[in-house]
Design a protein around this ligand. Structure first.
Ligand SMILES: NC(=O)c1ccc[n+]([C@@H]2O[C@H](COP(=O)([O-])OP(=O)(O)OC[C@H]3O[C@@H](n4cnc5c(N)ncnc54)[C@H](O)[C@@H]3O)[C@@H](O)[C@H]2O)c1
Length: 373
């Protein structure tokens, strides 16, 4: 049991796809009870809890749920689509609740700053759900970088892509502007940035030049839409399916970034980190979602010889999604800091927002200015 001597009481805001993964983890923990859920779609929260055989109170919006003080909640999982991340998170923090928020943090940098202000005023935990952080191979990337073996790091290439992988199966919340706000850029671009920025202890972004396109998403002949019999998807597509960016970080480091939900290529390249003493290659995967595609490779020079060393892949005993949700519960119970803090992820968000702004304005080099919170 937690510090309160009772089970941690959780509510779930947004009972769609990813809420299932949150619920599956909470059900594994005998020191947690999920007591409430909310969804804007009528009866969706009720059906969600029926599926799990869990008795919980159901509401038609985050506001209704948060106003019910009889629930005595400790925290919430915010599992809504990107465009309501900020609204739901700020409202929960203002009610004095801890928040585990799904990635990406939000859509705009301004929203991110408002969320951090609400977090600071509340004194509660706001952690952002980047589960790849808990993967043993991701941890190894950070260990290699932090060991100093690469020397001075000056250039990073990061990103990933899918040949045909626009996430629009049964619903369209990932591809509509009003719900998603960002496309591949926010959905999987946030992971690609976190891999490298976390390894480097999140250096501050200084400027961003960005580009986005949507040639595949808006094409009614896009093969996946036909398979799903949803010819309307192309009309609904209102976000990017490809994004690229050129980012300057403090410490004289360049990041060359590209991300794609659909492209005529197998991969837009592995993630590479170049240093003056060694370089690190992090192999990409077919379905980029923040996992590592094979052993890390370290390129260095020993006694005048150019060598390549392989770092064997590590197995994780516990799935990283479970570790992400567990780390939130532990932070609540043991009064720990947020496992994946906004002080880091706001830099990730600033880059995503900078790429979008630069692309929308058609302008080069947007200066990144992040207000103090
Ligand atoms: N970590 C991961 O691996 C992972 C995987 C998939 C999705 N996600 C993230 O999870 C989020 C949700 O994705 P999804 O696939 O579950 O989407 P979804 O559309 O299936 O579910 C979102 C639900 O939130 C509800 N909602 C929106 N605003 C609300 C509000 N104010 N109050 C109550 N309910 C509200 C919607 O009605 C919808 O049912 C996205 O931000 C996505 O990036 C993360």
């Amino acid at each position: 049991m937690g510090v309160t001597g009772r089970k941690v009481r959780i509510g779930i805001i947004g009972c769609g796809g990813i809420a299932h993964a949150h619920m599956q983890q909470y059900l594994k923990f005998d020191d947690v009870e999920v007591v409430a859920g909310a969804d804007l779609i009528p009866h969706k929260a009720e059906k969600f809890f029926e599926e799990f055989g869990v008795q919980a109170k159901c509401y038609n919006s985050h506001t209704e749920l948060l106003e019910d003080e009889s629930l005595h909640l400790d925290g919430v999982s915010v599992c809504t689509y990107n465009m309501t991340h900020a609204e739901c998170t700020i409202a929960a923090l203002k009610k004095g609740l801890h928040v585990l928020l799904e990635k990406p943090m939000c859509v705009t940098l301004e929203e991110g700053i408002e969320m951090m202000r609400a977090e600071k005023e509340s004194g509660k935990i706001l952690t952002i759900g980047f589960q790849p952080r808990f993967d043993e191979n991701m941890k190894m990337v950070k260990k290699v970088v932090q060991s100093g073996v690469l020397g001075k790091i000056y250039y990073i290439q990061t990103g990933g892509g899918r040949r045909r992988g626009i996430p629009a199966g049964t619903h369209t919340t990932f591809i509509e502007k009003d719900t998603a706000g960002l496309g591949a850029l926010g959905d999987i671009g946030c992971y690609a940035l976190d891999v490298v920025l976390n390894a480097l202890n999140y250096p501050k972004p200084l400027s961003v030049t960005g580009y986005t396109s949507n040639y595949f998403g808006t094409d009614p002949n896009y093969v996946r839409y036909q398979q799903n019999n949803h010819p309307e998807f192309a009309k609904k597509f209102g976000v990017d399916d490809f994004a690229a960016g050129f980012i300057k970080l403090e410490g004289d480091i360049i990041v060359d970034f590209r991300i794609s939900w659909a492209m005529n290529m197998d991969t837009p390249g592995d993630t590479i980190i170049l240093g003056t003493k060694a370089g690190l290659r992090i192999p990409s995967t077919d379905c980029w979602n923040g996992s590592i595609g094979g052993p890390l490779k370290l390129y260095s020079e020993v006694a005048g010889e150019q060598i390549v060393s392989e770092i064997p892949m590590k197995e994780s005993n516990v799935p990283c999604f479970e570790l992400k949700v567990r780390s939130f519960v532990d932070a609540i119970e043991k009064d720990l800091p947020a496992p994946i803090p906004t002080s880091q992820i706001i830099y990730n968000q600033a880059i995503l927002s900078g790429i979008k702004k630069s692309a929308d304005l058609g302008s080069e080099q947007i200066k990144v200015e992040i207000p103090e919170v």
